[in-house]
Every structure is written in structure tokens, then in C-alpha cells.
Design a protein around this ligand. Structure first.
Ligand code: PEP
Length: 257
């Protein structure tokens, strides 16, 4: 693994966490990270990121200060500002101390009708604001059963990556829709094949495509994380449900090596 592709474990809290619970969870994660920083035997072989609901970003930012745990948003609007009731711009996330933003999650593609073109504009907005966009791609179960998984993901990459973006300005998260929140995961061979395909597509797209981290997401848990992290071209994980328990999130981070 090159220095540029140090693993990343990112927690997607989704729409979970009122103030008290969210702050407690963030404190527990920060506490473990600070302790690990002090103790070489505990130190992590990955970067850590949490993406709480937007309502908690400003409260959690100070909790993470000095811990090396980064904070990110779960979505942003493509515009920098304007008449977009209820939306949040990439600049606003940056202003709150975010370093990353998740974009094109299947729950937004499916639940909010986000097309590749919309996701592409959001990724360009993240870049404009100085955020790293975590671009989510992944096939449905029907698409996998039809043997179309690689083609579907390739088309999502082609449609969702803006021209001119650099390999350090984005991360790809491969998240098969049928694996999210279901307890099911693709076989290691299927994940390896998909990540190799994504890497090849990125390599054709950018001169430095090898520098783009490719995360796996979909039912990553403490008991399967080590095996998932050992798969070639898996540069970390995007974790949903298991990121809501500090112990589980930490165990996944420890599995990076
Ligand atoms: C996700 O929604 O990004 C995700 C990976 O969820 P889970 O880990 O719960 O499957």
C-alpha cells in the first residue's frame, strides 16, 4: 500500500443521533483515538472519519479537536449559496470544519432521485469548496443477478466524476445496494473483481488513478472487517450501522492492520 493510499474507515451515521447520544458517541471515538495516539501498541493503520447528521456537525467538531478523527457531511448541494430551502452547500460544510462529504449514496440516488449528473455537480462543488468527495457507486441485486454489476458501476463512475478533478480530491466507495444494512456481503472474489475494475477505470480517467482510495461499504462489521480489509484494492470501509457503536467502529478500524 502506498502512503497516498493509507486506509480510511469512515462512519456514516445517516439520520441517527440526537444531541446527547451523538456527542457521547463522538466523545468515545475521540477518546479512543487520543489514547491510541499516545500508545504505540494501540496506534491505528488507518485514517478515521465520522459523518454525523448535519444538525450535529458544529457541536461535534470541537469534541474531535486534537484527536485526528476527521468530520464530514453526508450530502451537499451543488450551488455555493442561494434559494435552496433545506439544503446545505459544500462551503457551509467546509466552514464547519468538514474535510469530506459523502455524495451519491444509494439512499440519495434512490430516495431523492439523484442522477449521475446531479452527483457529478455535487462532486465538483465539493472540490470547489476544498472538500474531498466520497463518491458512492454500486449495483442493485437485480443488476448483479443479471451479470451487469461491473458495467453499472463503470457507467456510474463515467457519469459522476467531473472533468479536471484530481485523484487526491475524491474517494470512491463501492457499496452494492443489496449489501447495505442487510448483513449480506459479496464474496471476496466479487469484491476484488469490482475494486480491480474500478481501479482500472480510474487509471484510464486520471494519470494518477492509483492514488484514489476505493472503500468497500455494505454490512461491514467487526467480525468480517479483517477479511474485507485484506482484499486487494480495498483501501478502507464506509460503515453505516456499525459506526453507531464506538466499540464496533473501533474494532473495524483496528482490523486495518
Ligand atoms: C452505508 O449505508 O453506507 C452502509 C455501508 O451501511 P451498513 O454498513 O449499515 O450496511
Amino acid at each position: 500500500m502506498t502512503a497516498e493510499r493509507r486506509k480510511l474507515v469512515a462512519g456514516n451515521w445517516k439520520m441517527n443521533g440526537l444531541r446527547e447520544d451523538g456527542l457521547r458517541l463522538a466523545r468515545e471515538i475521540a477518546h479512543r483515538a487520543v489514547a491510541a495516539g499516545r500508545d504505540a501498541g494501540e496506534s491505528l493503520a488507518c485514517d478515521l472519519l465520522i459523518c454525523p447528521p448535519a444538525t450535529l456537525l458544529s457541536a461535534i467538531g470541537p469534541v474531535l479537536a486534537g484527536s485526528n478523527v476527521m468530520i464530514g457531511g453526508q450530502d451537499c448541494h451543488a450551488a455555493a449559496k442561494g434559494a435552496h430551502t433545506g439544503d446545505i452547500s459544500a462551503e457551509m460544510l467546509k466552514d464547519l470544519g468538514c474535510s469530506h462529504v459523502i455524495l451519491g449514496h444509494s439512499e440519495r440516488r434512490v430516495g431523492h432521485g439523484e442522477s449521475d449528473a446531479i452527483v457529478r455537480a455535487k462532486l465538483a462543488a465539493a472540490r470547489r469548496a476544498g472538500l474531498t468527495g466520497i463518491l458512492c457507486v454500486g449495483e442493485s441485486e437485480a443488476e448483479r443477478d443479471a451479470g451487469r454489476a461491473l458495467a453499472v458501476v463503470e457507467a456510474q463512475l463515467a457519469g459522476s466524476i467531473p472533468d479536471g478533478i484530481g485523484p487526491q480530491e475524491m474517494i470512491v466507495a463501492y457499496e452494492p445496494i443489496w449489501a447495505i444494512g442487510t448483513g449480506r456481503t459479496p464474496t471476496p472474489l466479487d469484491i476484488a473483481a469490482m475494486h480491480a475494475h474500478i481501479r482500472a477505470v480510474l487509471g484510464r480517467r486520471f494519470s494518477g488513478g492509483n492514488g484514489v482510495r476505493i472503500l468497500y461499504g455494505g454490512s461491514v462489521k467487526p467480525d468480517n472487517a479483517s477479511a474485507l480489509m485484506a482484499i486487494a484494492d480495498v483501501d478502507g470501509a464506509l460503515v453505516g450501522g456499525a459506526s453507531l457503536a464506538a466499540g464496533d467502529f473501533w474494532a473495524i478500524a483496528r482490523s486495518c492492520g
